[in-house]
Ligand binder design. Structure first.
Ligand SMILES: [Zn+2]
Length: 320
């Protein structure tokens, strides 16, 4: 501190004046106040431009979370697009191919249905978060729709495959030369009774002992001797189909046995009401006899099929 001097007439000299403690305290107080004001002003200017440290840290965290949120929303959008493509392909290809009803526009769009899911309390007050949360719920709904649809497709494909293997689709005997078919289906003169009667199947003339094949996968429902059919085998193929193989010399399957298409079930004979060795073959669909000739497509070309139909039309009489 700069010293002050005062003139002393007694000594005729300038002598230093020492401030009193009170003056010292006053000066110290002034300096302290000025320093505090300066520091406070600097603090205000700094925080105005850069904010408080806690605010700076929160702002950095906020920016970080916003980037993460943007990333999640982008990925969410990609998932929505991929799922839409998947559902569209499912709807326009697979469900169409398998004769399944298409998914509704509502299912394709949002998969909504049932009671709306309440939003969590934390989400309800933030519009952006709420929008993302709803998108996520919709995605979950659509995933569930896709899962159910794929289960349905798998089940239907499996059912159709089983039906394809079970449906009668080949000739019940070896008829590669197409010469074994002896009669036609429908009304004809009975060879023994001599009256017009309905012939509910087709006759294949073959030597005794020729193998007879199951024409589709199924379960043997009956295998016994009947006065009219002779030794006969019934096969239940499921899906409304049944086949019967009559006048057998003998059968080698038993009721309850599962058989495959092409499996030998017996041999051609002349048992029951029959005029000569042959196989009488019937096909029933939902309990109604149908012309078996329409079920030979599996082992016939188009030309062979037409030739067989022509031959069936020329057949003079049945062998029963
Ligand atoms: Zn017949």
């Amino acid at each position: 501190m700069k010293l002050q001097y005062r003139y002393n007439p007694d000594t005729c000299r300038f002598e230093p004046v020492h401030p009193s403690p009170t003056a010292w305290m006053r000066r110290l107080l002034v300096v302290s106040l000025l320093s505090a004001c300066g520091a406070f002003g600097f603090f205000l200017i700094y925080t105005r431009h850069f904010g408080f440290p806690a605010e700076q840290r929160l702002a950095a965290e906020n920016a970080h979370y916003r980037r993460q949120w943007h990333f999640i929303n982008t990925e969410l959008g990609k998932s929505e697009q991929r799922l839409s493509a998947l559902l569209m392909r499912d709807n326009t290809n697979y469900r169409l191919m398998l004769d399944l009803a298409p998914l509704s526009p509502d299912q394709l769009k949002a998969g909504s249905g049932g009671a709306p899911v309440p939003l969590p309390e934390d989400v309800q007050h933030y519009d952006e978060l709420k929008a993302s949360y709803i998108r996520l719920l919709q995605l979950q709904h659509r995933l569930e729709v896709a899962r159910q649809s794929f289960d349905e497709l798998h089940e239907e494909a499996d059912r159709k495959n089983r039906m394809k293997e079970s449906r009668p689709a080949i000739q019940p005997v070896d008829n590669r030369e197409l010469s074994r078919l002896h009669t036609t289906f429908g009304l004809r003169m009975h060879p023994i009774f001599g009256v017009l009667m309905d012939h509910k199947g087709l006759d294949f003339a073959l030597p005794k002992g020729s193998p007879v094949y199951a024409t589709g996968n199924g379960r043997v429902s009956q295998a016994h001797y009947s006065p009219s059919y002779g030794n006969v085998v019934y096969i239940d193929h499921g899906f409304g189909y049944e086949t019967r193989y009559a006048h057998l010399q003998k059968f080698i399957v038993h009721p309850g046995q599962y058989v495959q298409r092409g499996q030998i079930i017996g041999y051609v004979g002349n048992t029951g009401v029959s005029v000569s060795p042959h196989l009488h073959y019937e096909v029933y669909y939902r309990g109604v006899a149908v012309n078996p000739i329409h079920f030979f497509q599996r082992d016939l070309s188009s030309e062979e099929y037409l030739k067989l139909i022509e031959r069936a039309g020329q057949a003079p009489h049945s062998l029963d």
